[in-house]
Design a protein around this ligand. Structure first.
Ligand SMILES: CC(C)(COP(=O)(O)OP(=O)(O)OC[C@H]1O[C@@H](n2cnc3c(N)ncnc32)[C@H](O)[C@@H]1OP(=O)(O)O)[C@@H](O)C(=O)NCCC(=O)NCCS
Length: 242
C-alpha cells in the first residue's frame, strides 16, 4: 500500500483498523494502510458503466441525496440515450473463499455495493454533467471526486474540451467542489428548479486542452491517489495517474 493520510486518532483505533503508525506527534500520526494477514482486507472501489441492473441501487442513493429523485423510467431512458453516459462507483467486498462463500455468492450474487454515480451528456462540443450523487454514508471519502475525474476522462477521450453543469445556488458543497475542478460561474437560471423555484448557477470550465486545465486535472488526480488511492483499484486505462 502506498497511500498516506494524516489522521488524528487513537493508537488502538489505528491498530484495530489495520493501520500502522509510522511516526507520532502528540495525538497526531502519519498513518499508512498496511495489508497484513491480521488486518481486515480492504474493500476496493471500481468504476463502470451503469446498467439496468444498477438502477434500483442508484435510485436508493438518489432518493437519499436529492429531494426529487428521478423515477426508474428516467434512468432507463437515459441508459438508452446514445448521447448520455452513466457511470457507477462500486465497492467490492473482499473475496471470500470456501464452499459456503461460493453458495452465498450463488444465492445473493456478487458481493458488491454501489456507492455513487454520475451521468453526463455528450453535447456538440462540451460534456454536460447531468447528475452526480454519493450515498450520504459514503460522502467525504473521495467517491465524488473520483466520479468527477472520470467525467473529465470521458471528456478527453471524446475530445470534448469544455464542461458545463447546473447546480442549485444553495448547494455550496457541490459548488466548491466544482470550482476546485475548474468550473466557473457563467450565469444564473432563475427559478430553474421547479420543486422550490430555486435558481441554478450555470458553471463552465475553460478549454480543457489548455495547459492550465491539464495541469489542474493532473494535480487533482495525484492528490486523489495520495489521499484515497488505497480504496480505489487501478482502473481502466484512461484513469491512469500521471
Ligand atoms: C456533491 C457530492 C456528489 C460529493 O461527493 P463526495 O463523495 O462527498 O465527494 P468527496 O468525498 O470527493 O468530497 C468532496 C468535498 O465535498 C465536501 N464534503 C463531502 N462530504 C462532506 C460532508 N459530509 N460534510 C462537509 N463537507 C463534505 C468536502 O469539501 C470535500 O472536500 P475535502 O475532501 O477536501 O474535504 C455529494 O456530496 C452528494 O452526493 N451530494 C448530494 C447530491 C448533490 O448535491 N449533487 C450535486 C448536484 S449538482
Amino acid at each position: 500500500m502506498d497511500a498516506t493520510d494524516r489522521c488524528v486518532v487513537e493508537t488502538l483505533t489505528l491498530r484495530a483498523s489495520g493501520i500502522e503508525i509510522e511516526s507520532a506527534e502528540p495525538r497526531e500520526y502519519t498513518a499508512r494502510m498496511v495489508e497484513d494477514s491480521d488486518a481486515a482486507p480492504i474493500r476496493r472501489i471500481t468504476l463502470h458503466d451503469m446498467t439496468a441492473d444498477d438502477i434500483k441501487a442508484v435510485r436508493r442513493i438518489e432518493s437519499l441525496a436529492y429531494e426529487n429523485a428521478w423515477p426508474a423510467r428516467t434512468f432507463e431512458e437515459e441508459l438508452a440515450n446514445a448521447f448520455a453516459h452513466y457511470r457507477v462507483a462500486v465497492e467490492h467486498q473482499p473475496e471470500e473463499h470456501g464452499a459456503i462463500a461460493a453458495i452465498r455468492r450463488k444465492i445473493s450474487g456478487p458481493n458488491e455495493r454501489i456507492l455513487g454515480f454520475m451521468g453526463c451528456w455528450y453535447m456538440v462540443d462540451q460534456i454536460h454533467l447531468v447528475t452526480i450523487a454519493v450515498d450520504p454514508e459514503e460522502q467525504g471519502r473521495g467517491v465524488g471526486r473520483r466520479l468527477l475525474l472520470d467525467l473529465f476522462d470521458l471528456a478527453r477521450t471524446s475530445e470534448l474540451w469544455m464542461g458545463v453543469l447546473e447546480v442549485r445556488v444553495s448547494n455550496t458543497r457541490a459548488r466548491r467542489l466544482y470550482e476546485e475542478f475548474g468550473f466557473r460561474l457563467k450565469g444564473t437560471l432563475h427559478q430553474y428548479y421547479k420543486d422550490n423555484n430555486e435558481d441554478a448557477h450555470v458553471m463552465i470550465t475553460g478549454n480543457l486542452a489548455e495547459p492550465e486545465a491539464v495541469e489542474r486535472l493532473a494535480r487533482l488526480r495525484r492528490e486523489h491517489h495520495r489521499r484515497f488511492g488505497a480504496r480505489f483499484l487501478e482502473a481502466p486505462a484512461n484513469e491512469m495517474v500521471p
